[in-house]
Design a binder for this molecule. Structure first.
Ligand code: AMP
Ligand code: MG
Length: 345
């Protein structure tokens, strides 16, 4: 509940700067295991909002790991047999494998059995025994998923969890829907996934807050970034974690070790232009998870070398905030003197 309250605060903060146009509509809902806030301005805002809500619930019904009838659950329970799946699931499986390859395995949706061992799926959180982790790690590798036109089969013993990419995909759907309904101004926030369309009413940029990972239950920020027509997606260990014997264990797993990534980062925000490719929201989501696993050096090198266009805000355990040069000009640091701010290429 605390987490939901904190997220709600963050959402409100992210969208509280919205102007009040004549034909605007807004809605908050809880779906995809997070708080979702939608705000749209335009002649068709009401219909767009209704359609948006429906699309989010439909996607949740396809991708949920906890619903018996979802396509993801059917795949996970098929024991490696082929399952007929819908186009969005095929598409997501394809992209998930692309990001596994691109990130050298830092992003891998088949890490699911490892996440389960930590209890991040059913809420009974615990540090798993080393031999349990070893067994489950042997199942990881999304290159073993076989896809054909309308079906998919996991490798034997494998399970998938699309939690690291699904909200980004949902934000891409929202971007397309804004286009269809000619919504020229608005904001979408799905947990740590934000999409902003156009500018504020006075022509200024939307200010998207980056949560202070040290204060997850409050609305404290490390800073804000001014954006227009963009996605901003944050992954952080503070978003879901538990403590055992004085140690903190979070939900982003390093597929190389089976343990929560211990990379020196406390959060990663990936920012991209909304029109950079057909699925920039999905890209931001997959990369925020992967770059959190990689850590500062590998993440920055990856950005320079991978050929994809995106910007980063990294928060480190040793209290630095690293902002890449493409957005540095629009980044406003927090007034509190907790963090040292750096710009990098
Ligand atoms: P995000 O909040 O986008 O960083 O995604 C975190 C979620 O993705 C977790 O709750 C898991 O469901 C899943 N996950 C954890 N570690 C990984 C990983 N290395 N690659 C892909 N998905 C992951
Ligand atoms: Mg992600």
């Amino acid at each position: 509940m605390k987490r939901i309250t904190a997220m709600l605060l963050a959402v409100l903060l992210a969208v509280s700067v919205a102007g009040c146009g004549a034909k605007s509509a807004e809605e908050q809902l809880i779906a995809m295991d997070t708080v979702i806030a939608l705000r749209m301005e335009g002649a068709q805002a009401k219909q767009a909002l209704q359609e948006a809500t429906q699309q989010i619930y439909d996607l949740e019904a396809l991708l949920s790991r906890t619903r018996e009838s979802s396509e993801v659950t059917r795949l996970n329970e098929a024991g490696g047999e082929r399952v007929e799946v819908s186009a969005p699931v095929t598409q997501l499986l394809r992209w998930a494998e692309d990001y596994r390859r691109l990130t050298d395995g830092a992003f891998d949706i088949t890490v699911a059995p490892v996440c389960d061992a930590w209890g991040f799926t059913d809420e009974e959180r615990q540090v798993p025994a080393a031999d349990v982790l070893r067994e489950r790690l042997a199942l990881v590798g999304s290159q073993r998923i076989r896809l054909d036109g309308s079906g998919a089969a996991l490798g034997e013993g494998q399970q998938i969890d699309l939690g690291g990419i699904a909200k980004g995909y949902a934000s891409d759907l929202m971007r397309d829907l804004f286009e269809t309904y000619e919504i020229r101004r608005g904001t979408v926030s799905l947990g740590g996934n934000v999409y902003v369309r156009g500018t504020k009413e006075d022509g200024s940029l939307w200010m998207v807050g980056v949560q202070d990972p040290k204060q997850p239950e409050s609305s404290a920020l490390v800073g804000m970034v001014g954006l227009c027509d963009a996605f901003a997606v944050t992954s952080g260990g503070y978003q879901r974690y538990f403590e055992q014997d004085g140690k903190v264990y979070h939900h982003i797993i390093d597929p190389a070790t089976g343990y929560p990534a211990n990379s020196g980062l406390t959060s990663v925000t990936v920012v991209a232009d909304a029109d950079s490719g057909e699925a920039a929201g999905t890209m931001c989501d997959a990369l925020s998870t992967a770059l959190f696993v990689m850590g500062e050096e590998r993440a920055l090198a990856f950005r320079r070398e991978c050929g994809l266009a995106f910007e980063l805000i990294l928060v480190t355990e040793d209290d630095r905030v690293i902002v890449t040069d493409g957005i540095a000009e629009h980044f406003v640091p927090s007034q509190e003197e907790v963090y040292a701010y750096e710009t990098t290429s």
